[in-house]
Write a protein that binds this ligand. Structure first.
Ligand SMILES: [Mg+2]
Length: 305
């Protein structure tokens, strides 16, 4: 069975500036066996080159830009397919600006077709300009729906979803959210993986730590989904969701041996799998992309549905 792997990064490969135990061996197993894989991240701030350098500094070498697909690249792919020759006013970092530039999408602060909101520092001046552009008719896109992103185990920062929510509130328009769990992200990632593989994979696996983005998107794209507990999801919260992962793993360390031998790891007998999550568990944990809680009746109809 030729399996293609789509792999989330934060909470799966690293946490803050630390590699997760076993992540290096996992990536080495993928590279050593020639298994097709692609890192799939909702972080639109870095370029794929930045991500390769970051992993190298963390101890995983041998990767290049072709191993990464970000929500910024997905947004640029979406715009160049849907609306060639469009112009954008973008709020974001190098990863988003580079991706738009590579697709020859022009920057426009006078009368853009779209306002695109990505991860990074947004100033009130930029948000005010974006607000004006939307009032003039620009459509609102966000690279990803994450309202917040982890910075450390006890600290978060506002994400692109929160910035888009700001503009939704100020303009009464609805944003369209790319990145995981949007099917367009998975469709493009699958296509990229197929193009870079020697033979077409028979099955695809999405490995991630976030139920609302990685697992939901993978399921909706018809993939197998492996939830790892090394990131944002606690085992006791899994039962709260209507969708469930194909497998729950302690971390990607559980997969290294399995990829090399082709046999399911006996680490799957760990206590993780005998503790079935309680459907009644209440956590109070903020879901990272729980945008429905922010959606109040708007004075004007949504421009994007
Ligand atoms: Mg993650």
């Amino acid at each position: 069975m030729n399996t293609g792997y789509l792999i989330d990064m934060d909470g799966v490969i690293y946490r803050e500036n630390h590699l997760i135990d076993g992540a290096r061996e996992f990536v080495q197993a993928l590279m050593g066996t020639g298994a097709p894989f692609l890192f799939l991240t909702n972080n639109s701030a870095p370029t794929p080159e930045d991500l390769a350098v970051r992993l190298k500094h963390l101890g995983i070498g041998g990767l290049s830009a072709r191993h990464f697909y970000t929500s910024a690249m997905n947004t640029a792919d979406f715009l160049s397919e849907m609306h060639p020759n469009c112009t954008v006013f973008a709020i974001g970092e190098g990863g988003l600006l580079t991706a738009l530039h590579e697709r020859k999408i022009a920057s426009d602060s006078i009368d853009p077709s779209y306002v695109v909101v990505g991860e990074g520092t947004a100033t009130l001046e930029r948000l005010s300009k974006a607000h004006e552009c939307i009032e003039k008719g620009a459509r609102l896109l966000a690279t990803n729906p994450d309202n917040w992103c982890p910075v450390s185990s006890d600290k978060t920062r506002p994400g692109a979803g929160a910035m888009a929510a700001f503009l939704e509130a100020s303009t009464g328009r609805r944003a369209y959210y790319l990145g995981k769990p949007n099917g367009y992200m998975f469709q493009r990632a699958r296509q990229k993986l197929i193009e870079s593989s020697m033979g077409k994979p028979d099955q695809f696996v999405m490995i991630g730590d976030t139920m609302e983005t990685d697992i939901r998107g993978g399921i909706e794209a018809g993939m197998l989904t492996y939830l790892v507990l090394s990131g944002s999801t606690q085992l006791e919260n899994v039962g709260e969701y209507v969708y469930q992962p194909s497998r729950i793993l302690t971390s990607v360390a559980d997969l290294a041996e399995e990829i090399i031998t082709g046999k399911p790891s006996d680490r799957l007998n760990s206590p993780v799998y005998t503790n079935h999550p309680s459907p009644n568990s209440k956590s109070g944990v903020r879901h990272q992309t729980d945008i429905l809680t922010l959606h109040k009746p708007r004075p004007r109809p949504a421009m994007t549905k």
